[in-house]
Design a protein around this ligand. Sequence first.
Ligand code: TYM
Length: 321
Amino acid sequence: MTRLSGITPSGHVHLGNHLGAIRRWAAEGRADDLYFVSDLHAMTSAHNPARLRGLAREQLAVLVAAGVPEESVFVQSDLVRELGALNWVMECTATYGEAARMIQFKEKAKGRSGVRLSLLTYPSLMVADILLQGASEVPVGEDQRQHVELARALARRFNTTYGEVFTVPRAVLPQAGARVRDLSDPSRKMSKSTRDAAGIVFVLDKPDAIERKVRRAVTDGESTVEYAPDTRPGAANLLEILAACKEITPEKAAADCSSYGALKDAVTEAVVETLRPIRERAGALLDDGGELDRLRRAGADRAIARGEHRLRSALRLIGAC
Ligand code: TYM
């Protein structure tokens, strides 16, 4: 069994990415799993090349600093030739209807002009990410499930039409409550692409920034603390964050706090202590640079070597080369 998942550097890594994904990759990841920075995916809407390069580097440092096995990490664009080739094979296996049906495409393209063609075809690149490496399990949030379903469909279609090459992957979804919401607006999830950063705790935020953001988090007018996600979403989000950091239930977290002041103090402390070692180690990796470059090169070599034979077989079977 090989697990594979990715994170897109469309902004700074935040607490939601950490608690919902990276932390699990670190806890469950084995050396032959693959966790990568999907920088090619960050080019599907307006982007700044220099900023993107910096964010990709930062995310790689955060993955390593958070404890994702060093042997498992790589940066997607280091495989651009292999992935570009397999993406073409996948575009020739998928239909236009399948791509146009993707909910993320519909949501992101809605009402916009100048939508990049890559926003439509990006699921095909994601399929290539998964199939090139022969991944059998893909841990993702609900938002990415449809893309993994497409990978299943295309792997099966290719295998039956041209010959057996690809492992048919399946999505592995996190347990309920793994979705972290924006601290200023608990009706939306914490997201890298939100413009206003007031409600987003970044993994590399300093303690005083974390404290400020938690202190300003939206709650409600009640004087007691209770875990009620449907009626008190702001408080529930803070309780879920506290519970995730301390590995207790949100109900237990609520019972431990007598007021919102006490809850916010507890959340600040728990988040600061959860993120501190990651910020320090990532900072050291980014300052030194040499170690990160070495890890990046080794990761790329390993990922290319792993996928090479599948790409060659797929190209041969489909009639190229
Ligand atoms: P991305 O960068 O949007 O998200 C990375 C991971 O973080 C999770 N996540 C959250 N979890 C909890 N609360 C939140 N507020 C929150 N926001 C994000 C996501 O569910 C995800 O697990 N297209 C993918 C990256 C990708 C990929 C792949 C994944 C590229 N190729 C191949 C799997 C396989 C993406 O943009 O993830």
